[in-house]
Write a protein that binds this ligand. Structure first.
Ligand code: C2E
Ligand code: CA
Ligand code: CA
Ligand code: CA
Length: 275
């Protein structure tokens, strides 16, 4: 039994070493990746169920490294947050998103994810204002997405930042709603322009009474607050039917469209699938 324990410990160590080595490789590779043009943006359309038209699109960053290939943002964003590269990457994402959005054939919103590190960066609101002026994008067409954990870390500073951003005429959405520690407290501390219900609830709709009850309640809560709720991760007609019946007005998910490259977005937006 003793030998067994030792062997298992060694195995775990080497797996951890491997993960740590990978993390360091990626951290190193991220330096200068913006300058080398290794990032691109994909956009996922957001559907307004009342009008049946796309009302906006979320910008999602993609990293293609010459050697490692494409690396998921779920993997590299946390690394970039740790090594500080997120500031450069985030700035690039913001500017590119606005630059792209002004070229769209329909003047819909572009939603951009903001990291906790960016939210604590002094001068962020000024920078966003500068990007809007330089690109000529109407502030009303920009939406910033933040998660509860990204502003709870330094609440006062983050809220100040969000207020400054909102004062520019930019809207602020609460992302991944329901996954944090105190979702309701988030709604009390800031007047979000939109609540994005986490896709975990959507994916559980078919199998969980609890998920159905929670989704109903969140939609009612949004109604009472006067804050629109967008359901994330809608993949099936059944989920769509439930959400529609429950009074949900906006959705995003593979059912309507996966995230697509900028060049494909126009085509998708102009020809929304019938539903
Ligand atoms: P998120 O902000 O919650 O973005 C939604 C994620 O769900 C995207 O993954 C999207 O491709 C995926 N998704 C959308 N619809 C569906 C669906 O119907 N089913 C399923 N299974 N998935 C769906 P992606 O692009 O891999 O991004 C992962 C996360 O990385 C994002 O989660 C966000 O937290 C982060 N991220 C992506 N781009 C950026 C960025 O530019 N800046 C920052 N700070 N974070 C980003
Ligand atoms: Ca998001
Ligand atoms: Ca989300
Ligand atoms: Ca997320």
């Amino acid at each position: 039994a003793k030998v067994d324990t030792i062997e298992r410990t060694c195995f775990c160590d080497s797996v951890m070493d491997q993960a740590e080595r990978r993390r360091r490789e990626l951290s190193f590779a991220l330096r200068g990746a913006v300058e080398r043009g290794e990032f691109s943006l994909y956009f996922q359309p957001q559907m307004d169920l009342e009008t049946g038209a796309f009302s906006g699109a979320e910008a999602l960053v993609r990293w293609s490294h010459p050697e490692y290939g494409s690396v998921s943002p779920a993997v590299f964003i946390p690394i970039a947050e740790e090594n500080g590269q997120i500031i450069t990457i985030g700035d690039w994402v913001l500017e590119q998103s606005c630059r792209q959005a002004v070229t769209w054939v329909r003047p819909v919103k572009v939603a951009v994810n903001l990291s906790a590190i960016q939210l604590r960066q002094r001068g962020l609101a000024e920078r966003i204002g500068e990007i809007l002026r330089e690109t000529g994008l109407d502030p009303a067409r920009l939406e910033i997405e933040v998660t509860e954990s990204s502003f709870m870390a330094d609440l006062d500073l983050s809220l100040q930042m969000l207020r400054e951003i909102q004062a520019l005429g930019v809207s602020v959405a609460l992302d991944d709603f329901g996954t944090g520690y105190s979702a309701l407290a988030s709604l009390r501390v800031f007047p979000f322009n939109q609540i994005k219900l986490d896709r975990g609830f959507t994916s559980d709709l078919a199998v969980s009474d609890e998920a159905r009850a929670i989704v109903h309640s969140v939609l009612m809560l949004g109604q009472s607050l006067g804050t629109p709720v967008l359901a994330e991760g809608v993949e099936t007609d059944e989920q769509l039917a439930f959400l529609r019946a429950a009074g949900c007005r906006a959705i995003q998910g593979f059912l309507y469209s996966r995230p697509v490259p900028a060049g494909e977005l126009q085509r998708v937006m102009l020809a929304p699938p019938a539903s």
